[in-house]
Design a protein around this ligand. Structure first.
Ligand SMILES: NC(=O)c1ccc[n+]([C@@H]2O[C@H](COP(=O)([O-])OP(=O)(O)OC[C@H]3O[C@@H](n4cnc5c(N)ncnc54)[C@H](O)[C@@H]3O)[C@@H](O)[C@H]2O)c1
Length: 257
C-alpha cells in the first residue's frame, strides 16, 4: 500500500494480526515506517503472516490475563515503548436467533471481542501513559494511539448475531470510557465500525446472509481491507490528535452517525 503517513520509529501492536484485516492493517503500518508486532492465538497462521509481512510475532491468547500481561511486559522490554495499539482480534460466533444460541457461544464471543480488548488495553495503557511524549500539540503531550476495531453491528445490532453485536457495542463504550481516562495523558483512543469485509470471518456466513448484508450497504459492495487499513493509519498518526473517543464509520453509507 502507498504509505501516506510517516510513522517511522513508531512501535505498533496489532492483535488478531494473523487475520484478514489484521494483516492489512499491519502491512499499512509497516509501509508507513512503524515497527510492527502481530499478536494472535493461532500459531500456524501467525507464523505465516509474520513471514509474509516480515514483521515480529507473539503468540498470545487475548482472553488469558496472565499471557496478555506477559506479552505486554515483553513488548515494552523489546521496544521501550508502544506508540500504536490496534485491538483487532475478534470472532464472529454462531449465526442463530437468540433462542437457539448456546450460552457458551455468547460467553466466548464476549470473552474474545470485549474482555480480550479490555485485557490488552489494561496491560498496555498503564505503561503507555507513563512513556516519554513523542510530540506536543496545543501544549499537551501526545504519547500514543489506540484504535479498536468494532463493527457496524455494534451500532445497529444485527439479527442472528446478538452476541457479536453486543460485544462490539461494548467495544464502542470501552473506547469512549478509555479515551476519557487517558485524554490528559496524551493517548488518543478511537474505534472504527466497518461494514462487512471479505475476510475469513465473511466466509463463515451463508451465501444468503452475504446477500442480505450486502443489500444493507448503500454502496453495494464490501469494504476493501486497504480501506480499513488507511483509516487505521490516520487514526494511529499524529494527524489524529483531538478526536479521542471518536467512533469512525466505515460502512459504505450503511450508518452515517
Ligand atoms: N470481516 C468483517 O466483515 C468485519 C467487519 C467489521 C468488523 N470486523 C472486525 O475486524 C476484526 C478482524 O476481523 P477479520 O475479518 O480480519 O477476521 P479474521 O478471522 O480473518 O481474523 C481474526 C483474527 O483474530 C485472531 N483471534 C481470535 N481469537 C483470538 C484470541 N483469543 N487471541 C488472539 N487472537 C485471536 C484469529 O486467530 C484471527 O487471526 C475483528 O474484530 C472483527 O470483528 C470484521
Amino acid at each position: 500500500m502507498d504509505a501516506r503517513y510517516d510513522l517511522a520509529g513508531r512501535k505498533a501492536i496489532v492483535t488478531g494480526g494473523a487475520g484478514g484485516l489484521g494483516r492489512g492493517i499491519a502491512a499499512g503500518l509497516r509501509d508507513a515506517g512503524a515497527t510492527v508486532e502481530l499478536w494472535d492465538s493461532d500459531r500456524v497462521k501467525l507464523e505465516a503472516a509474520a513471514a509474509e509481512l516480515g514483521v515480529a510475532a507473539r503468540q498470545v491468547d487475548i482472553t488469558n490475563a496472565a499471557a496478555v500481561d506477559a506479552a505486554a511486559a515483553a513488548a515494552f522490554t523489546t521496544h521501550g515503548r508502544v506508540d500504536i495499539l490496534v485491538n483487532n482480534a475478534g470472532i464472529l460466533g454462531e449465526v442463530k436467533p437468540i433462542w437457539q444460541t448456546d450460552p457458551r457461544n455468547f460467553e466466548a464471543v464476549l470473552r474474545v471481542n470485549l474482555f480480550g480488548t479490555y485485557l490488552v488495553s489494561r496491560a498496555l495503557l498503564g505503561s503507555m501513559r507513563m512513556q516519554n511524549p513523542r510530540a506536543a500539540i496545543g501544549g499537551h503531550p501526545l504519547r500514543g494511539h489506540v484504535v479498536n476495531i468494532a463493527s457496524i453491528q455494534g451500532k445497529e445490532g444485527m439479527a442472528l448475531a446478538a452476541a457479536y453485536s453486543a460485544s462490539k457495542a461494548g467495544v464502542i463504550a470501552l473506547t469512549k470510557s478509555t479515551a476519557k481516562e487517558t485524554a490528559r495523558d496524551g493517548i488518543v483512543v478511537t474505534a472504527i465500525t466497518p461494514a462487512a469485509a471479505e475476510t475469513a470471518m465473511a466466509k463463515e456466513i451463508s451465501a444468503e446472509r452475504r446477500v442480505d448484508i450486502l443489500s444493507r450497504i448503500p454502496m453495494g459492495r464490501f469494504v476493501e481491507v486497504d480501506e480499513v487499513a488507511r483509516m487505521v493509519l490516520w487514526l494511529a498518526s499524529d494527524e489524529c490528535s483531538f478526536s479521542t473517543g471518536g467512533i469512525f464509520d466505515l460502512s459504505g453509507g450503511r450508518a452515517t452517525y
